[in-house]
Design a protein around this ligand. Structure first.
Ligand code: AQP
Length: 335
């Protein structure tokens, strides 16, 4: 059976971007048709300045939201990255395979390092090496597919390169995975700044829709979305990023099968009507998440139990592969 692995960082409240780019597919498709492992990648949240109590809180909150988004503990494995030592164990070996130049070419590293420097903060070494840890997350579990949004494509490419190089150098140990992306809304943009990705670590911006936003808050954010000069509704992400973003969101939320944003554009004569329909579609898409969240949030012990069982299974999946990698590079097994 095809195995799937993907993760989410507890760096803020989950957004509509996380949902449409990744999480919705995990719940709607991957957990039914694949052997699926999903992870709250808490170690990745330590790559920039962080408040320990907040990371702890957001980790449980992310797990609760993933369950609210429809992950079913009987159908998939949900766990916290730091509960499974194999990730960090394998990361070091992969650091011995990756090159410094390769790590420095990562776009997210360049962008986030620049943000840290601009804020007068020093750049943590882990910000540079985090894509290697992400490769370890994926390779430890022998994933065939990695369902992610567009922004993670480059990191999955690095993962493929490291797996291939390792296998060539030391013998076949790793499955070489492929990234899978949604047909639409693979990169949801900030509603106030449609040339930037809708991100969860930017704070409570008016351009970011969070999964638990009240319907009236969602409506307000969508209705106030920055659109482009002109009045014609067309799908042109380069020239008309604001309107195109709304069309992508509407296409992804409007029906069970994402509609075509280009075809949708033809149905609208004004930005106002497009915004109203998009707001309604987002509210409806998030309604079941908000409802299930009430139930899971009332049962933190239940969430912890899901994570405990998930970590147990994840360890069992990862350990043989990571042990094989340790042997392959020449490390003497402990007796
Ligand atoms: N805007 C987005 N559109 C589509 N997919 C997205 N993803 C994230 N943002 C969008 C996808 O969601 C999954 C989990 O993301 P993550 O936790 O690795 O990263 P993040 O939400 O972007 O949070 P960060 O790194 O803390 O970044 P910023 O600073 O941008 O908020 C991934 O599959 C991702 O592709």
């Amino acid at each position: 059976m095809t195995r799937v692995f993907s993760g989410i960082k507890p760096t803020g409240h989950l957004t509509l971007g996380n949902y449409l780019g990744a999480v919705r597919r995990w719940a709607a498709v991957d957990q039914y048709a694949r052997d699926a492992l999903f992870c709250v990648v808490d170690l990745h949240a330590l790559t920039v300045e962080h408040d320990p109590a907040r990371v702890r809180r957001l980790t449980r909150q992310a797990a609760t939201l993933l369950l609210a988004a429809g992950l079913e503990p009987e159908r998939c494995t949900l766990f916290v990255q730091s509960h499974v030592d194999e990730h960090a164990r394998l990361s070091y070996l992969l650091e011995c395979v990756a090159t410094d130049g390769e790590a420095r070419r990562m776009i997210q590293y360049k962008e986030k390092a620049a943000r840290e420097r601009e804020g007068g903060r020093s750049v943590r070494l882990s910000l540079l090496t985090y894509p290697v840890l992400m490769a370890a997350d994926i390779l430890a579990h022998g994933a065939d597919e990695v369902p992610v949004g567009e922004d993670q494509q480059q990191h999955v490419e690095l993962t493929r390169a490291l797996a291939t190089r390792f296998n060539q150098r030391y013998g076949h140990v790793f499955t070489v995975p492929v990234a899978t992306r949604p047909g639409v809304a693979a990169r949801v943009m900030d509603l106030q700044d449609p040339r930037s990705k809708m991100g969860k670590s930017g704070g409570a911006g008016a351009g970011v829709v969070h999964l638990l936003d009240e319907p009236e808050v969602v409506r307000r954010k969508v209705m106030r979305a920055v659109t482009d000069s002109g009045t014609e509704v067309v799908h042109d992400p380069e020239g008309r990023p604001g309107v195109s973003n709304l069309l992508e969101i509407l296409a992804a939320c409007g029906t069970a099968e994402p509609a075509d944003p280009v075809a949708l554009a033809g149905a609208y004569g004004s930005y106002g009507a497009l915004k109203r329909d998009t707001a309604d579609a987002v509210v409806e898409a998030l309604r079941p998440v908000r409802e299930r969240h009430r139930e899971w949030a009332a049962d933190p012990g239940g969430v912890d139990e899901v994570l405990r069982r998930g970590a147990e299974r994840a360890r069992a999946v990862a350990r043989p592969t990571v042990d094989a990698a340790y042997r392959a590079v020449g490390l003497l097994p402990a007796v």
